[in-house]
Ligand binder design. Structure first.
Ligand code: GRF
Length: 317
């Protein structure tokens, strides 16, 4: 199984970055670190990563507007081949464009039990509020600061006479455990057949009058009054593939797709001669918008006239 490629963005000492990097060296870790980048070329974490043989990139944000700076970072991420971005003490507010580009693939670690205490001074605020616990959270990054779905948390007991500094020191230990685990689980789910089926199901059943029914042992999706438009295929006849089967316009398009992108497309057994195309979902970094388009196209080829009539008319203009 190929490993997911992760880039880490830091601004400072980079202890979380190192935790992610050391975890990546353990056997069976599902990700590898392909780049460590920073908005501070002197960030101590950069030298540590370089010493471990990881490619690094440092570029000061000074004098650049947010969008231009983020574009520089984004270009580096692309070049590194990263599938995911892990923010680890990256002290920059991100531009909307950058967040959108990486939405669903960018994680952050924050030293509080979100949604409590977004922003800075989290430990002092937890102590001042008389909380029994502080902690840390790993979440997906969205446009709002320290917002976005929480993927995992660890609670850390606050001691009597606690100081923010002591609590911060303990929370960092927890952060290192939490981040590596959550990141590993997160990148693995896109290789997990259950998760992939859930994702396909969500997209397929969102189409008009779509239903699900098992067909020859595989989950299939059909349009009421019409035909099947998709099948989820998992290790069918031991082919080892987690795939989605949809209708292409015919065997010519099928052949063209396979020639153009043989890692993504394949000719499915049985349905292949009828122009169906197999899409390998197991790469670990699927473009779900693309899958959504395929499902819509295939739905349209399978739906009864009464459902496609309006779309056909719209096409003429
Ligand atoms: C951590 O406390 C993390 O929660 C926050 O920034 C700090 C980074 O520390 N986002 P380090 O650079 O990883 O040591």
């Amino acid at each position: 199984m190929t490993k997911a490629k992760v880039a880490i963005l830091i601004s400072g000492r980079g202890s979380n970055m190192m935790a992610l990097l050391y975890a990546a060296k353990l056997p069976d870790c599902p990700y590898e670190v392909v780049l460590v980048a920073s908005n501070d070329p002197d960030a101590p974490g950069l030298a540590l990563a370089a010493a471990e043989g990881v490619p690094t990139f440092g570029h000061s944000h000074k004098g650049l507007d947010r969008t231009s700076f983020d574009a520089i970072i984004d270009a580096q991420l692309k070049e590194s081949g990263a599938d995911y971005v892990a923010l680890a003490g990256y002290m920059r507010i991100l531009s909307t464009e950058f967040v959108q580009k990486w939405e669903g693939r960018m994680l952050n670690i924050h030293p509080s039990l979100l949604p409590k205490y977004k922003g800075l001074d989290t430990h002092a605020r937890a102590i001042a509020a008389g909380d029994s616990h502080g902690g840390c959270s790993v979440h997906l990054v969205t446009a709002e600061l320290d917002d976005g779905p929480v993927l995992g948390q660890l609670r850390i007991a606050i001691l009597p006479e606690e100081t923010a500094e002591n609590l911060a020191n303990r929370v960092v230990f927890a952060e290192h455990q939490l981040y590596a685990r959550v990141l590993a689980d997160f990148v693995s789910r896109e290789r997990n057949p259950e998760w992939l089926l859930g994702k396909v199901r969500e997209l397929a059943l969102a189409l008009p009058e779509a239903s699900e029914k098992t067909s020859h042992g595989s989950p299939g999706f059909f349009v009421e009054g019409g035909k099947f438009f998709a099948y989820f295929s998992y290790d069918h006849h031991h082919d080892g593939i987690i795939g989605l089967l949809v209708k292409s316009s015919g065997v010519e398009e099928q052949a063209m797709l396979i020639e153009r992108d043989p890692d993504l497309y394949y000719r499915p057994a049985y349905l292949g001669p009828s122009g169906w195309i197999g899409i390998d979902l197991g790469s670990g970094s699927m473009d779900w918008e693309h899958i959504g388009e395929w499902l819509r196209k295939s739905w349209r080829l399978s739906a009864p006239k009464r459902l496609t009539k309006m779309l056909d008319i719209a096409d003429q203009f």
